[in-house]
Design a protein around this ligand. Structure first.
Ligand code: 0O2
Length: 221
């Protein structure tokens, strides 16, 4: 079943849409929590700092429709606004981002519609994050319906940059002075350096731990 078969252009239709997007968020949130718990179980290591989700506000949906020159209808919302349901996974290290994306991409009930890797190819603004647009089936009393969710995966450092840049963007209504945009791009490069250094440090710590365990074992023998 398609979402368009379930909704009409009425307030009830809008309520149904929000119910579907909220259900899809619950489903993806649970999937990510299970992957995190399995990771801890197998490797005694938690790659995820935190997970946040949200259903886009009606005002932001309308803004996005206007940006795409689309009429404010529910069917246009479904068709053209890809991030009505959005979930953000904040990881410790860049390498964790790709591990999580790969594990999610392999799940058989999820379809990956598109991927935008703004880590390998940052946006002009300096924005870095890994985006996956997916659909998940939501099982209802009389059938299932595929619902779109945007998953953003990034490190804490990338998240810190994005949230500050977002505030600045709103403060200047998208017209920040040149020097601020330039400084933000510079900060974005510092974020990459920081992420790289932290990853190297973590690898070095893990290797030291492995060497210590091995020498303990040798002593015991
Ligand atoms: P909000 O307020 O976070 O919901 P599309 O979604 O296809 O219309 P686009 O820009 O091609 O538009 O999608 P993309 O690149 O996947 O970006 C979607 C989301 O990524 C944005 O949603 C932001 O959350 C985030 N994002 C993208 N670019 C930037 C950036 O330069 N700075 C920051 N801070 N965040 C960014 P919304 O709806 O624009 O905003």
């Amino acid at each position: 079943m398609q979402i368009s078969d379930m909704i009409d252009e009425s307030p009830d239709g809008y309520e149904t849409l929000i119910f579907l997007y909220t259900s899809a968020l619950h489903k993806i949130h649970t999937k990510i929590e299970i992957l995190r718990d399995e990771f801890i179980h197998l490797h005694q290591y938690n790659p995820i700092e935190y997970i946040k989700d949200r259903v886009k506000s009606p005002e932001s949906i309308v803004k996005k429709l206007k940006k795409h020159d689309r009429e404010e209808t529910l069917s246009n919302m479904v068709q053209y606004v890809n991030d009505i349901a959005g979930i953000r996974v904040v990881c410790s290290f860049t390498a964790d981002i790709y591990k999580i994306a790969e594990m999610l991409g392999k799940q058989s009930d999820m379809v990956v519609l598109s991927v935008k890797d703004y880590i390998r190819r940052p946006k002009e603004s300096g924005y870095k994050s890994y985006h996956m647009l997916v659909t998940v089936p939501i099982f209802l009393s009389d059938g299932s319906v595929d619902v779109k969710v945007e998953i953003q995966i990034r490190t804490i450092a990338m998240d810190f940059w994005a949230s500050l840049e977002h505030k600045i963007y709103y403060k200047f209504e998208g017209n920040a002075p040149d020097y601020i945009s330039r400084d933000l791009r510079e900060c974005s490069q510092i974020v990459s350096m920081l992420d790289q250094k932290m990853l190297e440090l973590n690898t070095a710590i893990s290797e030291t731990r492995i060497t210590e365990v091995k020498s303990e074992e040798t002593k015991r023998r």
